[in-house]
Design a protein around this ligand. Structure first.
Ligand code: NAG
Ligand code: NAG
Ligand code: NAG
Ligand code: NAG
Ligand code: NAG
Ligand code: NAG
Ligand code: NAG
Ligand code: NAG
Length: 843
């Protein structure tokens, strides 16, 4: 007899078991014994963010295995397994469809009729295989729960990039992860739109639509893609780009786990779009956060090679400065695709090319660019100049904020036409485009036209005035010279102007300007503890920048009345002089009348300290010889190799600094330039050089030339060999002066005795003799007899010292001065003997 009670119980039990089963459905793992059925879904553990199961897209008559958001009420599928092999009919038509994992570890999707439509086979055999949906949406096939992952869905993205998913290449796993759009909302099979990491040159991401590139991200500049320049305004996201030997990948993370956001490619009509969407539950809708391509300039190369696209211009395309449209007729119809061609061809070999700075740029296509992460921006510029096929360069990593002064921020160089360049109103980075000098000057003159017109009138008047003043000065000085020569101090450089060539306005390098706060912080507020010494212009402090870089800060006395622009120009010019044997100027600081120069810090003080002061450390001959070679190269560079031909005017042991490896670095070059031209600076205290190193013609007549530097160099050479200070051309007795002593020894053929006794005879006599001879050649009285620095370098390299010219008597400025005056008295000797005080003159 059947009573209704048991039937009710049965129903209840059924219901309960159903509920229990329903509860059991919310598992996240399948194992060989328990496949996923068509009427079941897996839900990820943890927060239950994702669900996986069979689905039929709206409007379709086929079934797929996919992953969708579990918490988004509008079903949004983010991953599809069998997108290319659908199961015919809807889910309801296929109750027997399964996702199973075999005992051997094969993961397979089978249709209701048991036909396998999709499967993956892990490379290794798994002892206890499990397939599991993780809370980030990743389907992983692993050994046991939480064991080693043998296969994962994130390696085979569909059309959506989820947080933590990587787009791009994994060289170790040999995976190339791309996104491909669905054909249509009802068809997940691969559509025409793809997002692909292109690893050629500097890696970039492209959106393809069919066979056509429709958007380029540009390279990663350290914290964003140069073509997605508003990334900095995104809050709540972290973007990461990895580019190394193992992988080239892009990924992102969302800080707040309750924010649901993804990047996806879609095909709509004829368009292909990349879009970032975030879910707004209240509105039950996906909100479009960002998308690309967005505007005319986002298309790939709308303005062709060497064109610039700017949406704020009409028409949007223009040619880079120094270029003209290749096809003017097409250009006139606003078809810029042919691009532009150079007005003046580059003339690489004569080294006159310049760089035009294009600010706020989305840098050109880097597909055929060359990247060297080890270079600084300055080195990048030089590398580009050196390579005749280089057409432009830019920093590969702007995230250090580096403007070239800092450590390696990487270098991208282009060797082809610059395609797909666009500029933004504020975002973007600096691009440096190589131009023939003629084209850049034109730009400079154009932009300066207005200023020049105003300036010309003023300059003419000023020039007349200056000429008059200069004439007056020369005249009065000569008179005074005759009267007071030898008495005390006088300036020696009024009449001759500057001796450098080349223009100082280059648009290609920015002058690094440190603000006073940075400098003050670096030097502990100019703490006395950080004072390195007193230069000829003011105190010098040691400092340490925030990034750990050590610097030397040279304060310039306020009396430098040079104009700000002029000062900057000079500093910029000097900053451009870069050589292994020159102290590097990193920048300057300007705050009202306070001006400072920031140099790299040299650990080992200056050469004079080692030669004359530090008794306990003796420089051995090898070190001395290397120092001599270094100084020679540095001075040669200043005189000849640099574009600007700098005369040092104050070369001396104190101005040769030594780095950790005892590499000599000439410092204080260009100071004459920073302190401006005498003619314009009548009321300024002037640098004139240092007694003991001054050539006679410079000391006597104020004539300075490269040959007066050669004189100073000769003195320095003899000092290095002998370890003795030149007691100055003004010494009371020539025998006391190093030059006199060296000359006597030479005449007695005992030059070898000049070698520093502290070396205790351990030196190479041939090299010592060679150096003494070259030194004497450099200090000859007649400037014309002295060699040029390039000749000096050859002489030092020559194996046979005997083949060198025979030196004539050194120039003794003192003798001539003393001869011209009858008031010479010995009481002044001590004053002049303090030889290396840089002389300043107040007027
Ligand atoms: C799911 O389908 C299987 C067989 O295909 C069936 O036995 C089971 O009752 C179904 N479960 C639900 C909840 O429909
Ligand atoms: C089984 O289903 C697959 C996928 O839907 C289909 O391609 C195949 O023809 C079917 N095989 C049979 C024997 O019905
Ligand atoms: C859907 O596909 C199944 C299997 O191929 C077929 O039997 C059915 O007729 C189709 N339904 C429609 C509406 O096309
Ligand atoms: C990755 O795949 C894309 C699209 O299939 C292809 O264009 C690209 O060359 C591939 N990259 C590598 C490094 O294989
Ligand atoms: C995350 O976002 C939700 C929704 O916008 C918000 O309520 C919550 O406070 C956020 N949590 C954090 C830690 O910011
Ligand atoms: C070097 O460059 C200048 C400036 O562009 C040019 O006028 C000159 O013809 C070039 N000289 C040589 C020798 O090529
Ligand atoms: C110049 O650059 C090209 C392209 O990167 C390179 O192939 C060539 O070797 C470079 N030439 C020199 C001299 O470095
Ligand atoms: C870019 O520069 C920043 C700051 O200097 C540095 O932390 C980062 O590692 C650099 N990135 C690359 C790819 O070199």
């Amino acid at each position: 007899m059947a009573s209704p009670q048991p039937r009710l119980l049965c129903v209840l039990l059924c219901l309960l078991s159903h509920l229990a089963a329903g509860h059991a459905i919310a598992r996240d793992t399948i194992t060989p014994g328990s496949p996923l059925a068509a009427n079941e879904t897996l839900v990820s553990g943890g927060d239950g963010n994702f669900a996986m199961g069979f689905f039929t897209p709206p409007g379709a008559n086929s079934t797929y295995l996919g992953v969708w958001y579990n918490k988004v009420s509008l079903r949004t599928v983010v991953w599809v397994a069998n997108r290319e092999a659908p199961i015919a009919g809807t889910v309801e038509d296929n109750p027997g469809a399964t996702l199973s994992v075999s005992a051997g570890g094969t993961l397979a999707v089978a249709a209701g009729n048991r036909t396998v439509v999709w499967s993956v086979q892990p490379a290794v055999r798994l002892a206890s295989p499990t397939a599991r949906i993780l809370d980030n949406g990743n389907l992983v096939l692993a050994n046991g729960v939480g064991g080693a992952v043998a296969w994962e869905g994130f390696d085979y993205p569909t059309d959506t990039l989820l947080p933590e998913m990587k787009l791009g290449i994994d060289y170790v796993k040999r995976k190339n992860r791309t996104l491909t759009s669905w054909k249509s909302p009802s068809d997940p099979s691969p559509g025409p739109v793809a997002m692909v990491m292109d690893t050629n040159g500097d890696p970039q991401v492209f959106i393809w639509n069919g066979g056509e590139k429709v958007w380029r991200s540009g390279p990663w500049d350290g914290f964003q893609f140069t073509g997605v320049p508003d990334t900095a305004t995104y809050s709540g996201f972290t973007f990461s780009f990895i580019n190394n030997a193992q992988e080239v990948t892009y990924s992102f993370q969302v800080h707040n786990a309750s924010i649901i956001s993804h990047l996806g490619v879609v095909s709509t009509g004829n368009y292909g779009l990349l879009q970032r969407s975030t879910w707004v539950e209240a509105a039950r809708t996906w909100n479009l956060y960002w998308y690309a391509p967005k505007d005319q300039c986002d298309a790939v190369s709308p303005c062709g090679p060497n064109g610039v696209c700017d949406t704020n211009n009409l028409p949007v395309c223009s040619c880079l400065h120094g270029f003209t449209p290749k096809t003017p007729s097409a250009w006139a119809l606003r078809d810029g695709r042919d691009g532009c061609v150079r007005s003046t061809p580059l003339d690489c070999r004569n080294g006159t090319d310049r760089f035009l700075t294009v600010r706020h740029a989305k840098v050109p296509d880097t597909e055929r660019s060359v990247v060297d992460m080890s270079l600084t921006l300055d080195q990048c510029r030089l590398a580009c100049l050196r390579n005749c096929s280089c057409t432009a360069y830019a920093s590969a990593n702007v995230s250090g904020g580096g403007r070239g002064a800092g450590a390696g921020n990487g270098c991208v160089m282009w060797t082809t036409g610059l395609t797909d360049l666009r500029v933004y109103p504020d975002f973007g980075q600096d691009l440096f485009v190589r131009l023939a000098a003629a084209d850049l000057e034109e730009s400079a003159s154009k932009s300066r036209k207005a200023r020049i017109i105003i300036a010309v009138g003023a300059s003419v008047a000023a020039l007349v005035f200056l000429l008059a003043v200069a004439g007056l000065l020369i005249w009065s000085r000569r008179k005074r010279l005759r009267r007071t020569a030898g008495s005390s101090k006088w300036s020696g450089s009024r009449s001759t102007g500057r001796r450098y060539e080349g223009s100082s306005h280059d648009d290609d390098l920015e002058l690094p300007i440190f603000d006073l706060g940075t400098i003050a912080a670096a030097t502990d507020g100019f703490s006395i503890n950080n004072k390195l010494g007193e230069g000829g212009f003011g105190p010098v402090y040691k400092g340490k920048l925030e990034d750990g870089m050590e610097i030397a800060v040279k304060t310039l006395s306020k009396t430098s009345a040079q104009g700000l622009d002029e000062f900057k120009n000079e500093v910029l010019l000097i900053a451009k002089l870069q050589h292994r044997n020159l102290v590097r100027l990193l920048g300057c600081s300007i705050s009202g009348q306070e001006r400072m120069l920031v140099y790299e810090y040299m650990a080992n003080k200056s050469l004079d300290y080692f030669l004359f002061e530090k008794a306990n450390v003796v420089l051995d001959w090898q070190v001395r010889y290397r120092i001599i070679e270094g100084i020679t190269r540095g001075l040669l560079y200043l005189h000849q190799d640099s574009r600007y031909r700098i005369i040092h005017r104050d070369l001396k042991a104190a101005n040769v600094l030594l780095d950790k490896e005892m590499t000599p670095k000439i410092s204080d070059f260009g100071m004459a330039r920073i302190f401006g031209n005498e003619e314009t600076e009548i009321n300024t205290r002037k640098v004139v050089g240092t007694y003991g190193y001054m050539s006679p013609e410079y000391a006597m007549d104020g004539i300075f030339s490269v040959k007066s530097d050669v004189f100073s160099y000769g003195v320095l050479l003899l000092e290095i060999v002998s370890g003795r200070r030149n007691r100055g051309a003004y010494s009371c007795s020539n025998n006391q002066s190093l030059l006199g002593h060296a000359w006597s020894l030479w005449n007695e053929e005992k030059s070898i005795e000049l070698a520093d006794e502290k070396m205790e005879g351990s030196f190479n006599p041939d090299e010592v003799l060679k150096c003494v001879r070259v030194g004497l050649l450099c200090v000859q009285e007649n400037p014309d007899d002295r060699p040029l620095m390039c000749q000096v370098l050859l002489m030092l390299a020559s194996p046979d010292a005997a083949s060198l010219p025979t030196p004539k008597q050194p120039g003794f400025a003192a003798r001539r001065v003393l001869m011209e005056t009858d008031t010479s008295s010995t009481k002044d000797c001590s004053v002049f003997d303090s030889a290396t005080i840089t002389m300043l003159e107040g007027r």
